[in-house]
Design a protein around this ligand. Structure first.
Ligand code: ADP
Length: 398
């Protein structure tokens, strides 16, 4: 027995719409996705009537609880007792106006500090950075999936939206920010013992790559790596920042773990390519963050698909794999970045802002994908900030 889209559609057709008819008949159910014991449903309550005002948040929450219980009942009939369910209510532009996430016990379940599922708060030794509102780590289960590329583009995208942004190259073994930001001809300035961040492309940045010989391999033992990382964070004169993005070393070994643990993070972004093996690594990365009590703000699927000269889309690595993984783990999916030659050239050529201009990004697709990522991240940061506290509801609103 397996839960299918049809089972869910049937369950939703039993829910009456306040204006008459049922949710399915009125065309309100825009999308249903099912994968093993995880499902998501996308609903627009005013579908077909753009002039109608959206229901209040209270009404949406009630409708969400109803959807949850009906879908869960359908899942039970198929032998699934613990369904992971995401219900997104969207407006006519497809913007999510409310997101409900439910586990086995339903969307309205509240987590409390005695609940074993509640992540332990981040290590007390973790410190914030004075003047910095949100610190976000970008991690990946393994190298080469585009973690630094995503960190750089998120930082630049946030900067383009008017935020004060810093970017810290925590990938101390293989710092690639000097290349990606085109910092080769500038020197690191130290004023009264404080490292002065580079100001390039609208973002402040700091990297070990400008403090050591770029040609020599960087061999750090655990404590040295930790020390080097702290020097970068604490000795840098960041000033006031809305966001500090940290590009973590890849993997889930001691070094990324210690670094992620040592600074008070708002949350983490996990970068992954769509293949199954990459997903397994990303699942481990996300488990690492959760074990540290760091909220996973979302998953990014990089190298999602390729657009050939013939204009066709090719799903080289099996597009959508990371999205399904995010759904399975109940993490937000921030978006997908296609394999794009302009992106590689712009990043490796130190001109990352070119990714945001259709004339230098090989068309509209890349800038749009990056802007979506940035918007989604902003929304998730806002949610994470709202949810901080000892009892955090699983009911999330966006
Ligand atoms: P990581 O930090 O995970 O090791 P990088 O961000 O350094 O990976 O990316 C590795 C290489 O892949 C870089 O040359 C980068 O420009 C390229 N790359 C990353 N993402 C894409 C993409 N979506 N399309 C094309 N090239 C990409």
């Amino acid at each position: 027995m397996a839960l299918t889209k049809e089972h869910i559609r049937e369950a939703l057709s039993a829910i009456a719409h306040p204006a008459g008819g049922d949710l399915v008949a009125r065309g309100c159910v825009l999308n249903i996705a099912v994968c093993d014991e995880h499902a998501s449903v996308r609903i627009c309550m005013t579908q077909g009537n753009p002039s109608e005002p959206q229901p209040s948040r209270d009404q949406l929450a009630k409708m969400g609880a109803l959807v949850d219980s009906m879908v869960r009942a359908a899942a039970k009939e198929q032998g699934i007792d613990a369904l992971g369910l995401i219900v997104d209510f969207v407006d006519h532009q497809g913007e999510v106006i409310m997101k409900l996430k439910g586990d086995a016990k339903g969307v309205a379940r509240q987590q409390n500090k005695d609940d074993p599922k509640t992540p332990t708060p981040q290590n007390n030794a973790a410190t914030g950075v004075p003047g910095v509102k949100h610190i976000i780590a970008v991690g990946a289960g393994k190298g080469g999936v585009g973690k630094t590329t995503v960190a750089v583009n998120l930082a630049i995208g946030l900067g383009r939206k008017g935020h004060a942004v810093g970017l810290l190259d925590g990938d101390i073994y293989g710092p690639s920010l000097p290349t990606m930001l085109g910092l080769h001809s500038v020197e690191q300035v130290v004023l009264e013992g404080a490292l002065q961040p580079f100001m390039a492309h609208g973002v402040k940045s700091i990297t070990m790559g400008k403090l050591v010989d770029a040609e020599k391999p960087l061999i750090w033992r655990g404590p040295m790596a930790h020390g080097a990382f702290h020097q970068l964070i604490e000795r840098t004169q960041w000033g006031e920042l809305d966001y500090l993005i940290i590009d973590l070393p890849p993997g889930t070994g001691d070094v990324p773990l210690t670094l992620a643990q040592s600074v008070q993070l708002t949350g983490a972004v996990v970068v992954c390519t769509p293949q199954r093996v990459a997903q397994d690594d990303a699942v481990r990365a996300s488990a690492m963050f959760e074990s540290l009590g760091v909220e996973v703000l979302g998953v990014v699927e990089n190298m999602s698909y390729f657009i050939g000269d013939d204009g066709k889309e090719y799903d080289i690595f099996g597009r959508g794999g990371a999205q399904q993984m995010a759904q399975r783990l109940n993490h937000p999916f921030l978006g997908a970045i296609p394999i794009n030659m302009a992106l590689r050239e712009n990043c490796d050529g130190g001109k990352p802002t070119h990714n945001f201009d259709s004339k230098t990004a090989g068309g509209e697709m890349l800038p749009k994908a990056l802007e979506t990522l940035v918007d989604q991240l902003e929304a998730q940061v806002m949610l994470a900030s709202m949810g901080k506290g000892s009892s955090k509801p699983t009911l999330t609103v966006s």
